[in-house]
Design a protein around this ligand. Structure first.
Ligand code: NAD
Length: 476
């Protein structure tokens, strides 16, 4: 673990294996932290908070920039670690490591440029002056899933640290390695001890202590909707600030006037990137009847062409699923779709070949004519499985797209601005892309509606979720 500026073991001495999803080999072992270890990290963060929050913003920004410059010298090493524990292709890990550095720079830049400024508000009395000041919240707990361990961590810790909070991170049990190395590198680069702490261990133990400990004033959580609901309930006892980035089942609507090549290319990336294990992946497609056959042919051809391989293979476009449980879940959702009459038009099974024998590989899969009520329409599919439904028009597409408990992302492919406008107005989601999918730009606030969660990451809006505002009246 990484507590108060140094690597430490669990007090119990217990450890957990981290395995490579492509080979099942043990990559390393990390401490299996418990509640007492977590309290140690929280106490270190609480002790570091007064000095860090009182450090002038420009100086904090300088420290973060300096620390991340040191991280930048080791991005390849971080990317290798990420691929070995998560399974994703090395080029995707490099992008993720780069995004980690960029995000720290963005938020350091924003606070250096005055993002912590408040405002003066004229009051009716001539003898009183109103001010609004922004303050850091305190210790922040960041609980992170395994699909994008670095991106989903930095979305929280970059704004949190930049505005003066200190942080305790709990990575997913299967992806702690790159996270630990990054904390170590940031510290070598000058980040003061206690500002960024990492505790490895089970969610139900380490996560629970972070959620319940009164010293932690804000929880940034990304994970499954069920876990998120439970986080919100427990955090309510201490009335903590909570941001929840949860599951999704993003719909893509492909209209009769769409550029079908663009739609097929984009939806294929949107579904199969990260082996389909993305919250913002395209998980349901509704295509107008008149162009359905052509679209299905195009996207199936793309799915069949995707090159599967171990993340370390530089030619691999899609790696294994992260765990056997993930693969079994996708197989069971596909079996349900097929039992109900769905037809597999691409993929549908584990790939053959010795290189795939040990890892959790599954072919990029497209399934059509799956009736309503099947699990692929009602549950989140967290893997390379794309169900496509034919619809007669935009009314039907919008109705079906919105018939989901989730409301994370959504997209429409059309050249008709009127159709695009309706989708923008009516799709129930935190994000709508027109002729694009999935990329959550750093500049725009990101977060879900409905059971996909609440609160925002990214943009300048995230700063509101990692600060508190205080009103001040100065009377004479
Ligand atoms: P998960 O909910 O199982 O775990 C997420 C984190 O919570 C892990 O660190 C885990 O150890 C921890 N945790 C588990 N049980 C806990 C408990 N009882 N108390 C406290 N912490 C606990 O999710 P996952 O399987 O790791 O991630 C996949 C899910 O995350 C998918 O549903 C996906 O859509 C969602 N996700 C959402 C976003 C988003 O931004 N909306 C981004 C990525 C992933």
């Amino acid at each position: 673990m990484f507590i108060n500026g140094e690597r430490v073991s669990a007090a119990s001495g217990a450890t957990t294996e981290v395995r490579n999803p492509a080979t099942r080999e043990v990559v390393d072992r990390v401490p299996k932290g418990d509640a007492a270890d977590t309290r140690r990290a929280i106490d270190a963060a609480a002790a570091a908070f007064p000095a860090w929050s009182k450090t002038p913003s420009s100086r904090r920004a300088q420290i973060l920039m300096h620390a991340v410059a040191h991280v930048r010298e080791h991005l390849d090493e971080v990317a290798q670690l990420l691929t070995s524990e998560q399974g994703k292709p090395i080029r995707d890990s490099k992008i993720e490591a780069e995004r980690f550095a960029e995000n720290i720079e963005i938020y350091a830049g924003l606070v250096a440029g005055g993002a912590m400024s408040g405002k003066h508000v004229p009051l009716p009395s001539q003898h009183a002056m109103g001010l609004v000041v922004r303050k850091a919240i305190g210790v922040v707990g960041a609980i992170i899933p395994w699909n994008f361990p670095l991106t989903l961590m930095v979305n929280k810790i970059a704004p949190a640290m930049a505005v003066g909070n200190t942080v305790v991170v709990k990575p997913a049990s299967t992806t702690p390695l790159a996270t630990l190395r990054l904390a170590e590198l940031m510290t070598e680069g000058g980040l003061p001890a206690g500002v960024l702490n990492i505790v490895t261990g089970p969610g139900a133990v380490v996560g629970d202590e972070i959620i319940r400990n009164p010293l932690v004033r804000k929880i940034g959580f990304t994970g499954e909707t069920g876990t998120g609901r439970d986080v919100a309930r427990r955090a309510a006892d201490e009335l903590k600030h909570v941001t929840l980035e949860l599951g999704g089942s993003d719909a893509a609507i492909v209209c009769d006037d769409a550029d079908l090549d663009l739609a097929a290319r984009t939806v294929a990336i949107g579904r199969f990137f990260n082996a389909g294990q993305a919250c913002l992946a395209v998980k349901r497609v509704f295509v107008f009847d008149s162009v359905a056959d052509e679209f299905i042919d195009k996207i199936s051809a793309r799915a069949k062409r995707l090159k599967l391989g171990r993340g370390t293979d530089p030619g691999a476009q899609m790696g294994p699923l992260h765990t056997e449980k993930q693969r079994a879940e996708i197989e069971s959702q596909l079996a349900d779709a097929v039992e109900r009459g769905g037809k597999v038009v691409a993929g549908g099974k584990r790939p053959s070949g010795e290189e795939f024998g040990k890892g959790y590989f599954f072919e990029p899969t497209v399934v059509v004519d799956v009736p309503e009520g099947a699990r692929v329409w009602t549950e989140e599919t967290f893997g390379p499985l794309l169900p496509i439904m034919r619809v007669k028009d935009l009314d039907e597409a919008l109705e079906k797209a919105n018939a989901s408990e989730f409301g994370l992302g959504s997209s429409i492919f059309t050249r008709d601005m009127a159709k695009a406008q309706r989708a923008i107005d009516e799709l129930e989601a935190g994000y709508t892309w027109v002729n694009a999918v999935q990329i959550a730009h750093d500049e725009l606030p990101f977060g879900g509606t409905k059971h996909s969660g609440y609160g925002k990451e990214h943009g300048t809006e995230v700063l509101d979720y990692y600060t508190e505002q205080k009103s001040v009246v100065v009377a004479s």
